[in-house]
Design a binder for this molecule. Structure first.
Ligand SMILES: Cc1ncc(COP(=O)(O)O)c(C=O)c1O
Length: 358
């Protein structure tokens, strides 16, 4: 499901930065933040330790805290929800759209209460969320955090994700569309009032070396990783193009299959295809069939957030709370779509799926 891209430029960069002795808070961090923000069309970018703390920093910057409600899909990676609990707020889980696996706009609007302090909009699998969710949030004066951990290079109506909401978070975990040679993340914003709140929060709340002006901690990203990220960024467009090529081949090959439901692309969207996710009639047999042909599969994710043991005491923490989400989690499968797949490997995946019968 994943294959690392490592080239000489990345290795030379890592060596150069190591030898320089400047391992944190140097030119690479500044340049990576600026270049990543420019790529996404945002005002400012701050590299940070990973995509999970990026979400915490985003919530903190928006003053989300004790007893506030935050709307979030349950069909996402757990970090999209636990960040809310970690700042003392309450996740309000909502349904997804069946076609796109992202926030359902009607469900979002129905979940808004006077206590709603933010919406975490997850561009799951690389599919940008419905533009109307931004309109709903604006109408109610509620900020949107784009959880773009899976959507590097995706866009909606010509605008890249990461610049669509109030604040956006990214992960550079090794298997993501773009990586930094370890854990890594970034926080982007277009709001002037949030720029300094974010950059100080991830660096002990200081504006000056010995003065800690506001509450903060250390969520910084190392110089080596920022340098590696800058090299990876040069390849990102090519990788997103290749992911789209592979997805197009799969969708054409599987379109007529009765037992495999292919994913759709939202109108006006460029999908980043972090995952190519199908729904199948019998997941166990599908995965076993591909496995027997030496093709790996994944499930993103088998347990929705509201049914994770960590949320056993949450009012929505019972089966039946979100029926569509639960049904989707029961029959989704991710098949390999990484850009380093060769044409022969893509064909092997196609043949394997076509030769499966439930
Ligand atoms: C949607 C989503 N949000 C947040 C995260 C957390 O990112 P990280 O693993 O870098 O902490 C991930 C990572 O898998 C993710 O997929």
């Amino acid at each position: 499901m994943g294959r690392m891209f490592i080239d000489d430029e990345m290795l030379e960069t890592a060596n150069r930065i190591l030898a320089s002795g400047q391992w944190i808070k140097g030119p690479e961090s500044k340049a990576f933040g600026t270049e990543w923000a420019a790529y996404c069309g945002a005002l400012s970018g701050t590299p940070c330790s990973n995509g999970s703390v990026a979400l915490i920093a985003a919530l903190h910057s928006l003053n989300v805290g004790h007893s506030d409600e935050v709307i979030v899909p349950s069909h996402t990676y757990i970090a999209s929800a636990t960040c809310i609990s970690l700042v003392g707020a309450i996740p309000v889980f909502v349904e997804i759209e069946e076609d796109y696996y992202t926030l359902d706009k009607a469900a979002v609007e129905a979940a808004i209460t006077p206590r709603t302090k933010a919406i975490i909009a997850v561009h799951l699998y690389g599919q940008p969320i419905d533009a109307e969710v931004f309109a709903i949030a604006k109408k109610h004066g509620i900020p949107i955090i784009e959880d773009s951990a899976q959507a590097h290079g995706a866009s909606l109506n010509g605008q890249r994700v990461g610049s669509l909401g109030d604040i956006a978070t990214f992960s550079f975990f090794p298997s993501k569309n773009m990586a930094v040679g370890g854990d890594g993340g970034a926080i982007l914003t277009n709001r002037e009032d949030l720029v300094q709140r974010v950059s100080t929060f991830i660096d002990h709340g200081r504006l000056d070396k010995y003065r800690n002006d506001v509450l903060g901690t250390n969520f910084r990203l190392s110089e080596i990783q920022c340098g590696v990220g800058r090299i990876q960024l040069k390849h990102l467009d090519g990788w997103v193009t290749r992911r789209n090529e592979i997805a197009t081949i799969y969708s054409a090959a599987f379109a007529a299959l009765e037992h495999v439901k292919i994913p759709k692309i939202r109108d006006g969207a460029v999908h980043a295809w972090h995952q190519y996710v199908v729904r199948v009639a019998d997941r166990e047999s599908f995965c076993a069939h591909l496995d027997s042909m030496n093709i790996s599969t994944g499930i993103h994710y088998p347990i929705p957030c509201h049914l994770q043991p960590v949320y056993a005491d949450h009012p929505q923490g019972v089966r039946g709370s979100l029926e569509l989400t639960e049904a989707v989690c029961d029959d989704i499968v991710s098949i390999p779509v990484m850009p380093l797949l060769t044409d022969d490997e893509v064909q092997r995946v196609v043949d394997a799926v076509l030769s499966w019968t439930p």
